[in-house]
Design a protein around this ligand. Structure first.
Ligand SMILES: Cc1cc2nc3c(=O)[nH]c(=O)nc-3n(C[C@H](O)[C@H](O)[C@H](O)COP(=O)(O)OP(=O)(O)OC[C@H]3O[C@@H](n4cnc5c(N)ncnc54)[C@H](O)[C@@H]3O)c2cc1C
Length: 348
């Protein structure tokens, strides 16, 4: 039986961020090679990539969100620059900076401190679940095959053409009534996709129509569920991070920033516990408290999602136009970008 001080299941955004804080102490387990299996449109603040040591993977930087509703387009200048990046290059760069072996195996569950994998049992003093919405280590009893609750289901195509700069969001109910569509330019390609808040998985025909309306050619497709409902940040002794803990934000479906920030906090607290500065129970309690501080923001965004399902798109357009004024925009984006911010203090 192999083992490590810290066993991290899942080697994507959340798992890599945890392992980064634990040089020489963590073992990563993933059923794919690092950087395989992209699901995301890969739009995030540049500071998030820097935190992962992966700033070299940036493909294009963006200073604005561009909100399209029927008959109206509004630009929201971003208070900090966002970027689109290459998922494989990001994970490879983040992993290169780590001192953590990777076990290529499928995690099947756990018994106490023992993780059961397709390559045998692995022991860890500390276990971290960073397996995305499947929450393989901590999600015992959840409905198999779908997240508990959900943020949505998304599908996107990598169109082999550039696009006007900015992160473009489209609320076009004639194409999609229960979500939004996007076009994220990433250098020579543009990620064109859509998310259904009701987690409908049959989104191919709507994506075809959207590509045609934008006048861009189709490209390779990928997609998946976005997170589960915001839940406890620990499950028994296990630290739960990223989509596994429902950290992907409702309404926007942004999950990378949250996975990386929560992963960093969990990793630092675990490191403190391994050094004997605090007990492991205290590390878990502090991590739970850190996550809980954002609970109201998650609930608020769930309400916004529910409202967007019933409000006409013209009303959403009017709200977006109002919010593009400097005062409201500063307030909205300030709150939004502070969710899980290190400034909110991770050590109560
Ligand atoms: C279509 C789409 C577009 C999106 N676009 C954006 C975007 O532009 N910006 C943004 O911020 N967010 C976006 N998101 C959300 C974002 O992708 C997620 O929130 C983010 O990937 C969560 O990171 P994570 O590390 O928690 O989980 P994941 O990225 O899902 O990683 C989970 C890891 O666990 C591994 N794993 C799973 N099960 C097992 C198992 N049984 N055994 C071993 N390993 C396992 C997987 O291989 C994977 O490496 C998008 C999501 C979708 C579906």
């Amino acid at each position: 039986m192999s083992g490590a001080d810290v066993v991290v299941a899942g080697a994507s955004f959340a798992g890599l961020a945890v392992a980064r804080e634990l040089p020489g102490r963590a073992l990563l387990i993933d059923h794919q090679d690092v950087g395989d299996g992209q699901t995301s449109a890969c739009g995030t603040p540049i500071s998030v990539l820097a935190a992962l040591g992966a700033a070299t993977s940036v493909q294009e930087t963006h200073g604005d969100l561009v909100i399209h509703t029927p008959g109206r387009t509004v630009r929201w200048p971003l208070p900090e620059p966002f970027c689109t990046f290459d998922y494989r290059a990001c994970c490879a760069a983040a992993y290169r900076g780590l001192d953590a072996p990777l076990l290529r195996a499928s995690v099947q569950g756990r018994r106490g401190g023992v993780v059961r994998t397709s390559s045998g049992d692995v022991t860890g003093r500390v276990l971290v679940d960073a397996t995305g919405w499947r929450a393989v280590l901590s999600g015992a009893g959840r409905r198999p095959g779908r997240p508990r609750g959900f943020v949505g289901f998304g599908l996107e195509a990598a169109a082999p053409v550039p696009f006007e700069s900015g992160l473009h969001f489209y609320f076009w109910p004639d194409l999609l009534r229960d979500g939004y569509l996007w076009a994220f330019p990433a250098g020579a390609t543009t990620r064109v996709g859509l998310i259904s808040y009701r987690a409908r998985t049959q989104l191919g025909p709507a994506l075809d129509l959207f590509l045609r309306r934008l006048g861009v050619p189709p490209g390779p497709r990928h997609g998946g569920f976005l997170g589960g409902r915001f839940g406890p940040a620990t499950a028994g002794d296990v630290f739960v991070v990223g989509d596994a803990a429902g950290h992907c934000l409702p309404f926007t479906g942004e999950g990378i920033r949250l996975a990386v920030r929560a992963g960093g906090v969990a990793g630092r607290l675990i490191a403190d516990a391994l050094r004997g500065r605090i007990g492991l129970d205290e590390a878990r309690a502090r991590y739970r408290a850190f996550a809980l501080r954002a609970r109201r923001s998650y609930r608020f965004l769930e309400w916004v999602t529910a409202a967007s399902l019933i409000l006409p798109a013209t009303v959403l357009g009017a709200v977006a136009a109002w919010a593009s004024r400097p005062g409201p925009l500063r307030m909205l984006m300030g709150h939004y970008l502070r969710i899980f911010s290190p400034d909110t203090g991770e050590r109560p």
